[in-house]
Ligand binder design. Structure first.
Ligand SMILES: [Cu+2]
Length: 471
């Protein structure tokens, strides 16, 4: 067992989990644990070891050019977009010194990695934000292996360019592949992000009381490039190619297809699953999927990602066989007939501490605020004016969510993986129109952790709670 709480035994079918549970509408009060004390937990220690990898990242303004006729000056790490790829071996100690050259305060969050609470990067919850001109060092052990990303957690900074991939390589991958590409998907805003209540969404008003409006994105990006300027992934016939897809967008649910090839989905949110075939998958902001593609169909093929909630032209990259004439027109994907579902995912590992009945259950309603302002709420409360979800160390905690709005909410829990169905994830889409999702986690990482929608505008408009450990 690793200190992250994942064990290598085969997952057990969970009993007692239903996405149709009755809704009580409130959390059970503390105290209320019968057996939680029997599962002692050890807080993540502050890492004192010398780092295996030390890097510095400077948050600064810079210009991106996603196509020859498109550019914008925005905020970036080291002037790059996406930010520099950080790549370490599982278990390595990574030290990152953030230098803030912006005129505003900022932080970095290590999305998906269950770090110790003080380095989780949530302003005013785990740390004081890093002031303009200051530095802050994040140091943590990079485990478990997986495809992650890092990003600012202050305000709407993520919808500028303050994000980058973080790859923790496994020592012993459960699938074979010859080489890999990291595929960062994003939505492209060419001006300062603003909430609708601050005039941020252009025309279209507030989207009605229940619905939503979308920022005026100029387009959709793969690795920082618009579809008229697609990046190329070179492959060799016969190779097995791993693609690590990261939805680093602020407000886009992507549907992803690879023309001419089936995908074997091998990891969900970085965690290994039994490989499952699909010709497309859908993922929300903050989710990741790794797939392996067998290069057995020479030609030039589009990898294509369209916005399910927008009408921008699809983001595109080109898979190009070295044996193929580079001047031929890439082929687009045909329509999907085998879209990945959450129910298809079977984690290779299981989470400790989430079998049987939960010690504590929260029934949470996700909805639009009931007033004219642009707010998004969890059980009617808009963060930061919201009660913490209090738990005790060692508990098996269940969160049941019902979405009373018509738009999807990709819900993300900091500091923990959770079990949803037979998958282990850190971000999960709750479908609109009374969609329900149940997740279970083991309270094995004491601290104060944000649980929130990863649509950045929903988060900034209140769709968050602090999960707080109490003794
Ligand atoms: Cu949301």
């Amino acid at each position: 067992m690793t200190s992250s709480g994942l064990s290598r035994r085969k997952i057990l079918q969970l009993s007692g989990i239903s996405t149709l549970g009755a809704l009580a509408g409130c959390a059970s009060p503390l105290p209320g644990t019968d057996d939680g004390g029997g599962r002692a937990v050890t807080p993540r220690p502050t890492v004192t070891a010398d780092p295996d990898t030390s890097v510095s990242l400077t948050a600064t303004s810079g210009t991106i050019r996603p196509a020859s006729d498109a550019s914008t000056t925005t905020w970036l790490y080291d002037g790059q977009y996406p930010g520099p790829e950080l790549r370490v071996q599982e278990g390595d100690v990574l030290s990152v010194e953030l230098a803030n050259d912006l005129q505003e305060e900022t932080t970095i969050h290590w999305h998906g990695i269950p770090v110790a609470n003080p380095v989780d990067g949530v302003p005013n919850v785990t740390q004081e934000p890093v002031a303009s001109g200051d530095t802050f060092t994040y140091k943590f052990r990079a485990e478990p292996a997986g495809t992650y990303f890092y990003h600012s957690h202050v305000g709407l900074q993520l919808d500028r360019g303050l994000l980058g991939p973080l790859i923790v390589e496994e020592r012993d991958p459960h699938v074979a592949y010859d080489h890999e590409y990291v595929v960062v998907l994003d939505d492209y805003l060419s001006r300062e992000p603003r909430l609708p209540s601050d005039g941020g969404m252009g025309g279209g008003g507030m989207g009605g009381m229940m619905g939503d409006v979308r920022p005026p994105y100029e387009g959709l990006l793969i690795n920082g490039q618009l579809p008229e300027n697609p990046p190329t992934f070179d492959v060799t016939e016969g190779d097995r190619v791993r693609f690590r897809f990261v939805n680093a967008s602020s407000a886009t649910v992507f549907g992803v297809r690879t023309a001419g090839h089936e995908m074997s989905v091998t990891h969900a949110d970085g965690q290994p699953v039994e490989p499952v075939e699909a010709d497309s998958f859908v993922f929300g902001a903050g989710e990741r999927y790794d797939v392996v593609v067998e290069a057995t169909n020479p030609g030039r093929w589009f990898v294509q990602a369209n916005a399910l909630d927008g009408n921008e032209p699809p983001a595109r990259a080109v898979v190009e066989y070295e044996s193929t004439d580079g001047s031929i027109t890439p082929q687009p994907p045909s329509s999907s007939s085998n879209r990945l579902q959450y129910g298809d995912l079977r984690a290779l590992s299981s989470l400790d501490g989430v079998s049987g009945d939960p010690d504590r259950t929260f029934d949470l309603t996700l909805s639009r605020g009931r007033n004219q302002s642009y707010t998004w709420t969890i059980d009617g409360q808009a963060y930061p004016d919201a009660d913490p979800l209090q738990i005790r160390p060692g508990e098996h905690v269940r969160i049941r969510m019902t979405n009373q709005s018509p738009v999807v909410h990709p819900m993300h829990l900091h500091g923990h993986f959770f079990q949803v169905g037979n998958a282990i994830k850190d971000t999960v889409i709750v479908p609109g129109h009374r969609g329900q999702v149940t997740l279970d986690f083991h309270a094995d990482n004491p601290g104060r952790w944000l649980f929130h929608c990863h649509n950045l505008y929903h988060l900034d408009a209140g769709m968050a709670r602090v999960v707080e450990y109490v003794e």
